[in-house]
Each structure stands twice: as C-alpha cells, then as structure tokens.
Design a protein around this ligand. Structure first.
Ligand code: PHE
Length: 453
C-alpha cells in the first residue's frame, strides 16, 4: 500500500459523526415518502420481501465497498476510483464510473429538492390548520393547487437548494457534520411521536398485515426492478454520496460495522414509517396504492379528522423536511468536491456553481407538474422519467460496475486489509456476493423487467 492519503476537505470528527451523516444521507424521502407509496402500488408484503433481500445481499456489501473505496481514495468518487485503478495497475478509465455516480447524485438532487419543497409547503399548511375537517375534494385540491403553481414550487425548490448550499459551503465539519448532528436525532424523535400516535388509531394491525402479508401474485417482474432500484436509492448507493462520505472517515473505524449500522437503521426507519402511515391511511378508508401523492393527499385527510391532527401533521412534515435535508446535503457534496479537486475552485465558488446548475435542472421537475406536463418521454413526464432513469437504471448499473471493480480489479490484499473483517469467511462471502451473486442478480432483474426472461 502507498502511504496513507489525506482528504483536502477534512475528515469527520469521529466514527460516530460519519455514521450519523451517512445514516442521515440514507434516511430521507425514500424511506418516508417513496417506500410506502411504491410498496402500496406493488401490492405490499411480497414487494417488501424482495426489497429486503436486495438490501441484505446487494445493498449491504455495496455499501461497505463504497465506504472502502472512498476511504482508500480520500477524494471525490471519480478521482478516488481513478487513483485506486492506477494503483492496482488497471485502466484509469474506471474513473468514469465514479463520475457517473457524481452526475447521478446531482440529477437526483435536482428533483429531490422539489419534492422536499412540497414537504416544506405542507409544514406551513398543516400549522395553519388547512387540513382540519377537510373533505377529500378539499385536500386533493390543496395538493393540486400546490403542484400546479410553478411559482410556489419554484420558491420552495429555491429555498431548499439555498439552504443545502448554505450548509455545504461550510465544509465537512463546520457544515455537514454540524447540520446532521442536530437534525437527525430530532427527526428520529419526531418519527417516534408519529408512530405512537399511529398505534393509537387502533388500525395498527391492518398496517402490519399490509406490509408483511405475502401476496406474490401482485409481484410483476417490473416490481422486482422497482424494489431493487429502491434498495439502491434508499441506501444512497451509486450516487456518489456514500463514497464521498467514506472519503472523510477516520482511518481506524471499522467499515463493516459502520455499514451494518447504516443498513439496519435505514431499513428500520422505512418499515417504521410504513407502520406509521398505513394504519392512518386504513383508519380513514383510504387507498394504499395512491402513488406519489400518498403522504401529501391521504395523510392530510386522515390527520384533518383526528384529535390534535394539526399538531401531528405539522410534526410529520417537519420530520420529513429534516430527513430530506440531511440527504440533500449528501447529494450536493460530491459535485462540490469534484469541482474543488478538478477545477481548483474554492469551496464557496464550487458550491455556488454546482448548486446553481442543479437548481436549474430542477426547473424541469418544477414545470413537469404544470406548464410542462405535456412534455413526455416514453409516456412519462420529466420528473417521472428522471426518477425512473436514475433510480431504476443508473443506480443498479453503476452499482454493478462498482461491484465488479472492487471484486475483480482491486488487489485482494488491499481490500482484505481495508475491510478488516473479524473472520475470513466474511471476506470470502463479501467477494463472492460482490463479484458473482450481485452482478448476476442485477442482470437477471434487468432482463426480467425488459421481458427477456
Ligand atoms: N437515500 C435517500 C432517501 O432514501 C435519497 C438519496 C439518494 C440520498 C442518493 C443521497 C443519495 O431519501
């Protein structure tokens, strides 16, 4: 091994700061907004099982791998992969894979910020009591009037991007770490309050039933692709975020332990969010398959008819905003680090440029719900296309390449030493899963989804 490299951006102050930041990156809109609605659309239980299998067999090993590559390279994902490739005497072209992940992260942030903006808008609407005693038509109307207003969406998207840039501009310890340290624990407490409230609805067992009842007939090959894509998305894999955060991880921390913690925490939050949301949905006779509007339409109807509904609706949306924000900063950091390292910019300037471009791309999503809703690609509007392209195609494919790189291109002695498993059998399993099982699994799911199986 070459002598230890250092990160020019600084490091997390401790292993726990990394774990908090990476868990904050993983837990976000994916867990609370997306997971319940896609589970609802894909029939519940069986979908959840496929998702859990993907998390355990593809997500966990890849998460370790990304943290490892990040920490060995100590640079943005593209430069880290390029440097490690050169050190392992293989083609430097592997840096393109890293670059694609940085670009994917930026694309995701462009729409993530718009959806986070919906949540910010809903904080104010719930606090103002707009949902109280609302009829279905009234509350659907509130959602429609939000997404059909380009100016309102633009305003909140700009606020979210502005705040994200405000944090990232201050760097690793003074910006990212400080924000996550306060926001993430607060978010967890708020989530637990919501769960307690939801148990109190008396429909808890229906929620449990829906999430864990195995109905394999509802599971189409395309649902399997959605479940796998979501496993990547929810763990922030192949988006630059985790590899970047790994670059700031102190040298002595155990990577397998940190990865296991992040995976367990992320999965628990998704399941808990589902268990909090579905009972409230069922208690009011609403549909679980309502789609992206699930928590913005169904939940407010439910909250509007419950005791202390405004308070808990406000708590719910504040929690969602905090969860989204700790993910948004992790999506911006890789692009900023890339500009600093390769264009020799100051952090301040790099944040302005990366954030500005991402803000601009976000306009596509803003307009896709209103004045631009007629512009479609293969029948999907701009937002749906971008979501599908990133989550279901780019993430699994880049994940596949990262897996092959780590298992077949990096030197065995290097990865063995860096992962430092307690038991040799774990290392062997990691390599087999990464080099064989995951690539075959990902390829089969793709072939199935495009109808070739
Ligand atoms: N994992 C985040 C979520 O579930 C989204 C995200 C994706 C964040 C990629 C960072 C990178 O909401």
């Amino acid at each position: 091994m070459a002598e230890p490299r250092t990160s020019i951006h600084g490091l997390w102050s401790s292993r726990w700061a990394f774990i908090l930041a990476a868990t904050g990156a993983a837990v976000g809109l994916g867990n609370i907004w997306k997971f319940p609605y896609i589970a609802g659309q894909n029939g519940g239980g069986a979908f959840v099982i496929v998702y859990l299998i993907c998390i355990a067999f593809i997500g966990l090993p890849l998460l370790m791998t990304e943290i490892m590559i990040g920490r060995m390279g100590r640079q943005n994902p593209s430069n880290s992969m390029g440097t490690l490739a050169v050190e392992a005497n293989v083609s430097r072209h592997w840096h393109w894979v890293g670059l694609i992940t940085v670009i994917t992260g930026a694309l995701i942030l462009s729409y993530y910020s718009v959806i986070a903006g919906w949540a910010v808008d809903y904080v104010f609407q719930s606090a103002a009591g707009h949902f109280t005693d609302g009829t279905v038509a009234h509350i659907n109307g509130l959602f429609t009037s939000l997404i059909s207003s380009p100016t309102r969406l633009l305003f909140w998207h700009s606020c979210v991007m502005g705040a994200t840039m405000g944090v990232v501009a201050f760097g690793v310890e003074k910006g990212l770490e400080r924000a996550v340290k306060y926001l993430f624990p607060t978010m967890l407490v708020l989530l637990l309050l919501i769960v307690a409230y939801s148990i109190d609805t008396g429909y808890f067992s229906q929620g449990v039933n829906f999430l864990f009842h195995m109905n394999f007939h509802a599971l189409k090959p395309s649902s399997v692709l959605v479940a796998m894509g979501h496993a990547f998305f929810t763990l922030s894999i192949a988006t630059g975020s985790i590899m970047m955060y790994g670059a700031y991880l102190p040298a002595e921390a155990s990577i397998p332990k940190a990865a296991a913690f992040i995976v367990i925490a992320d999965t628990l939050v998704a399941l808990v969010a589902g268990l909090a949301i579905f009972p409230i949905v069922f208690a009011h006779g609403l549909q679980p398959g309502a789609g992206p509007g699930l928590i913005f339409k169904s939940l407010p109807i439910a909250f509007g008819h419950m005791p202390f509904g405004e308070v808990f609706a406000t708590i719910f949306f504040v929690m969602l905003v905090f969860a989204a924000f700790t993910s948004a900063i992790s999506l911006l950091e890789p692009s900023v680090a890339w500009l600093i390292e390769n264009m020799h910019m100051t952090r301040f300037k790099a944040t302005g440029i990366a954030g500005g471009i991402i803000w601009f791309v976000g306009l596509g999503t803003v307009f896709s719900f209103n004045i631009g809703d007629k512009i479609t690609f293969l029948g999907k509007n701009f937002f749906d296309s971008l979501d599908y392209l990133t989550a279901n195609i780019m993430l699994p494919l880049s994940g596949l390449l990262i897996a092959l790189f780590a298992a077949w291109r990096l030197k065995k002695a290097t990865t063995l030493n860096e992962l430092n498993f307690k038991n040799g059998i774990y290392y062997k399993s990691w390599r087999i899963v990464l080099g064989v099982v995951a690539p075959i699994g990902i390829s089969l799911v793709f072939l199935g989804a495009i109808g070739l199986l």
